[in-house]
Ligand binder design. Structure first.
Ligand SMILES: *Cc1c(COP(=O)(O)O)cnc(C)c1O
Length: 367
């Protein structure tokens, strides 16, 4: 195989167990938007069976989840974009977020019959989506008129990944004021970083995403330090080996120059597969268990590596771009992006396959 992404379902199930353990008093939406953060919905198998429900960004994703996992409850985090989507959501009994006046008007026009639960999203300081807290009483009346007596109350945390910031505490204070207006409503605010760092954010429902894939949402460090197991291994092949004399150049633009006589490997993956483009290859890959540095500009279908320190490597060797041997967090830091982006943008050209979960997970993560 030229390139592939291998998804370890036991790792996914383990990570969910970690999230459940961390937020032991809360129910869990396993967030599977963006095709399960690039891992592929159809590769999840039964790994997230222990989640209370799943969450996606939009209706198209919700429909896909319903086709693959017909029995799962699904929350649509951005809510609907049209009356047609609302009627689909009603037919399929999805849970919907309502975050803006135009969405609320749509619900008032079409009705909410069939919607499993309405979550009202409030903007407590991130200033991305949600109603202002001052509208809480008015919203309670309008939803009451629709027959929704106890909407879920949701907000999203802007800085949960940075423990020392004041914003999280301020956002929770704003949420407290809303809770006074909706005393019987379930509350949800925690993403992965909230689950891991801020027990005060857990509430009735947590919404972990990235951590379920074994990737750390925190700056610095990696998932393993948090007791997580990376679920995706992205691998390719060493497809050619070149001996390049000192001073010779490698790749488009001749941006890389051999500092000495070098052994250069050509690896069968490029930005067309979602590997991040850089003018000068930065960071490492793993071959035969050893890290070797990139060499030269990333091509669409290939990239170069310097094999000088790995004379035993051979054409055909497996090359790991990221996975348990090389944390995607480390790759993201090298290219100055986020691991969220790297896993999400593995392109359609890369076949995914999964290592199936043998027995339903009973792993004890408290140990
Ligand atoms: C994506 C998303 C999450 C999950 O965030 P992670 O940082 O991946 O855990 C939770 N809530 C909302 C509203 C989201 O959009």
């Amino acid at each position: 195989m030229r390139v592939e992404a291998t998804i370890d379902q036991a790792a996914l199930a383990h990570n969910l167990a970690v999230a459940r353990h961390r937020a032991a008093g809360s129910r869990v939406y396993a967030v599977v938007k963006a095709d399960a953060y690039g891992h592929g919905l159809s590769n999840l198998g039964r790994a997230f069976d222990a989640a209370d429900a799943l969450a996606v960004a939009c209706m198209d994703e919700a429909q896909e989840v319903r086709e693959i996992m017909p029995e799962r409850q699904v929350l649509v985090l951005e809510g609907v974009f049209s009356g047609a989507e609302l009627s689909q959501a009603r037919q399929r009994h999805f849970e919907l977020v309502v975050h803006a006046p135009w969405q609320l008007r749509m619900l008032e026009k079409e009705g909410v019959e069939g919607i499993e639960r309405v979550w009202l999203k409030f903007d407590t300081g991130m200033h991305r989506l949600g109603f202002p807290p001052a509208m809480a009483s008015r919203l309670r009346e309008r939803l009451g008129a629709l027959g929704v007596a106890r909407p879920g109350i949701m907000t999203h945390l802007a800085c949960a990944d940075e423990p020392e910031r004041d914003e999280t505490r301020e956002q929770l204070q704003a949420l407290d004021e809303i809770r006074v207006v909706f005393p019987d409503s379930p509350i949800s605010s925690a993403n992965s970083a909230g689950v891991l760092l801020h027990p005060s954010t857990h509430g009735d429902w947590v919404r972990p995403g990235l951590m379920l894939y074994g990737v750390s949402p925190l700056p610095g460090g990696d998932g393993e330090e948090l007791g997580l197991r990376p679920a995706m291994t992205l691998s390719a092949r060493l497809m050619a080996i070149q001996d390049v004399a000192g001073g010779g150049r490698v790749g488009y633009g001749a941006t890389w120059q051999a500092p000495r006589d070098c052994r250069i490997g050509i690896v069968s993956i490029g930005y067309g597969d979602g590997y991040p483009w850089r003018d000068h290859g930065v960071g490492h890959v793993v071959i035969r268990g050893k890290q070797v540095p990139l060499a030269g500009r990333i091509s669409m279908d290939m990239l170069g590596v310097d094999l000088t320190t790995l004379p035993e490597s051979r054409a055909g060797d497996e090359v790991v771009l990221w996975g348990p041997e090389l944390p995607v967090e480390q790759v993201a830091r090298a290219v100055d992006t986020s691991p969220y982006e790297l896993v999400c943008r593995v392109s359609r050209r890369v076949p995914r396959h999964s290592i199936e979960l043998e027995t339903p997970l009973t792993a004890d993560v408290s140990a």
